[in-house]
Unconditional design. Structure first.
Length: 256
């Protein structure tokens, strides 16, 4: 009985160590997550979000992660970070997966070497052919009908659609990350409150053929109308289709 209790205690301690943020000797707290709510796919850039909090002195850090490209080769992504005393910084790093890998380790090093490491295991891996539908909504569950698989593919398109719930914190801040989405469904979110980098990523994505279905979303509605003023065609098109993209509004919006 004592042996069983000891084994259970070790398992609980291991779980806590694997999921808790790593605290470095210099007072830097590190937490990380990969993908969208733990879901990742291959051949498209996925976000590695790393949060660094410095309770010590000013420091220079490097954030790194190894990503397999074959059974014998791997790529190392490295990002230098300057972190002032008392500062907190979040990085959103685009990572493209090309080879099956069960787990990853984010390493944070300083001038004296490794100061923290955080293990990450994706919760779900989507097939590369899956069409990702970004959902920006205050009620994302109402758009769950956009999830399409073999069981509910009434038009027999042979496509798989997977909705990805996005928030202001998780919305991509680069065009490279935006390219993973086939289209966006926006309802009840004010994009004008997003960061400059996020809005620029969205605008670049729309300009290059991305499509947004807009219900209610003040900031994006303005962007859609600007899209039409610039003579870009408002079409409902897949990211895979050639030609311009734009916004398909679900209902009329009042002018500015």
């Amino acid at each position: 009985m004592r042996s069983v209790c000891k084994t259970a205690l070790i398992a609980v301690l291991c779980l806590l160590l694997c999921t808790a943020p790593a605290l470095a000797d210099g007072g830097v707290t590190v937490s990380a997550d990969f993908g969208y709510d733990g879901a990742v796919t291959y051949l498209s850039a996925m976000p590695l979000r790393v949060t660094l909090k410095n309770d010590g002195a000013d420091t220079e850090l490097t954030v790194a992660i190894d990503v397999d490209r074959s059974s014998s080769e791997y790529d190392t992504y490295e990002y230098p970070v300057s972190l002032a005393s008392g500062a907190e910084k979040q990085l959103m790093i685009p990572i493209t997966l090309n080879y099956k890998q069960k787990s990853y380790t984010v390493r944070v090093t300083g001038k004296d070497g490794l100061i923290a490491s955080v293990p990450i295991t994706p919760k779900k891996v989507l097939a590369p052919s899956t069409m990702l539908v970004g959902v920006l909504s205050d009620s994302p569950q109402t758009l769950s009908y956009l999830n399409i698989g073999t069981a509910n593919d009434q038009l027999m398109r042979g496509e798989v659609w997977q909705t990805i719930t996005l928030t202001q914190d998780t919305f991509p801040d680069s065009y490279e990350l935006m390219r993973a989405f086939s289209f966006l469904a926006v309802d009840g979110v004010d994009i004008s409150q997003f960061s400059d980098a996020q809005r620029q990523a969205l605008e670049t994505w729309l300009t290059n053929g991305g499509v947004a279905i807009v219900g209610r979303g003040l900031g994006l509605s303005r962007l859609c109308r600007n899209d039409r003023r610039n003579d870009r065609r408002a079409l409902f098109r897949s990211r895979r289709s050639p030609g311009a993209g734009g916004c398909a509004e679900r209902h009329a919006v009042s002018p500015d």
